[in-house]
Design a protein around this ligand. Structure first.
Ligand code: SF4
Length: 97
């Protein structure tokens, strides 16, 4: 397993799989990072990659609509326990898989 995949596995494993995920609700571009993370949790890299590319085409790159304020991460429930899921890093890394 390559280093990128290990990081994606580890980080997605930390996700709490929230009901009505605050990360996705907070995105001004209407991206759905929780859905991508869910696919990663199911080891479905292909689906996560397709979803990320579709969102890129439809809504543009991460950081464009929020001016790099990363509302997804700032609203991540996991952040209340220890640290938020590295959503931005997941979004950028999934294109390599
Ligand atoms: S808010 Fe954080 S913990 Fe909840 S689904 Fe989104 S990434 Fe996972």
């Amino acid at each position: 397993m390559n280093k990128n995949k290990i990081m994606l596995n580890e980080e997605s494993a930390r996700c709490l799989l929230c009901h009505e995920p605050p990360c996705s609700k907070a995105c001004p571009a209407k991206k759905d990072p929780a859905s991508i993370i869910m696919s990663l949790r199911m080891d479905n890299y292909k689906c996560a990659n397709i979803k990320a590319k579709e969102e890129l085409e439809k809504y543009g790159a991460c950081g464009e609509s929020c001016d790099n304020k990363m509302y997804c991460q700032r609203n991540c429930t996991r952040g209340k326990i220890d640290r938020p899921i590295k959503i931005r890093m997941i979004q950028e890394s999934i294109y390599r898989e």
